[in-house]
Ligand binder design. Sequence first.
Ligand SMILES: Nc1ncnc2c1ncn2[C@@H]1O[C@H](COP(=O)(O)OP(=O)(O)OP(=O)(O)O)[C@@H](O)[C@H]1O
Length: 208
Amino acid sequence: MQDIRIKNVSKTYGEKQVLSQLSKEFPAGETTVIMGVSGCGKTTLLRILLGLEKVDSGKVTGMPERVAVLFQEDRLCEDVSAYENIALVLERKKTHAQRDAQKCRIEQEAAQVGITADDLKQNVMKLSGGMRRRIALLRALLYDADCVILDEPFKGLDATTKQIVMQYVKEKTAGKTTFLVTHDAAEADFFGGNRWNLPTENKNANDE
Ligand SMILES: Nc1ncnc2c1ncn2[C@@H]1O[C@H](COP(=O)(O)OP(=O)(O)OP(=O)(O)O)[C@@H](O)[C@H]1O
């Protein structure tokens, strides 16, 4: 696993300059908390790291092949169970015994964030917003990846659940290169380590 680097990355949408000549190093195996005002380009940066957005100039190096992502939206497969949403990212098991072991593992992991075996059987369309968020989070964290990208992962969770889920995320991302976007200073403090306040550009390309 190597450090991830962005060098002189710029991005505009039409006339709007969102990122300007950004350079930064993200140490392998560590968590970087990304903060900044709404619209300063946090999600855009994550999309650039993922290769979902082209840069105008600059480059990204060191991104590993296997990356787990939790987008701002849950992006669950609707009309199937919570369990199936999670199992989707796991290796398909051939034998009954392997499948039983996998089921046991998913149930144990889910229990750690307050999701019961009964909840897992439910169609995700029937679950509350906070439960859907935890299913999306479990799906991302159980995927075997070297890099984890989490865009406002605790959105919609009540204070008590959030504490439990934050602890779980901290444990599951330990040793992985992790990007966590948040607006909440308490969340950033909890994850400690590297904090990066993204500068605000958002000016017209014609300004100056
Ligand atoms: N596909 C797009 N086309 C045009 N403009 C876009 C596009 N995607 C993002 N933008 C604009 O780029 C700017 C940065 O958006 P982005 O979603 O990256 O901000 P953010 O910092 O993640 O915001 P928030 O904290 O509200 O989630 C915003 O002004 C947004 O309107």
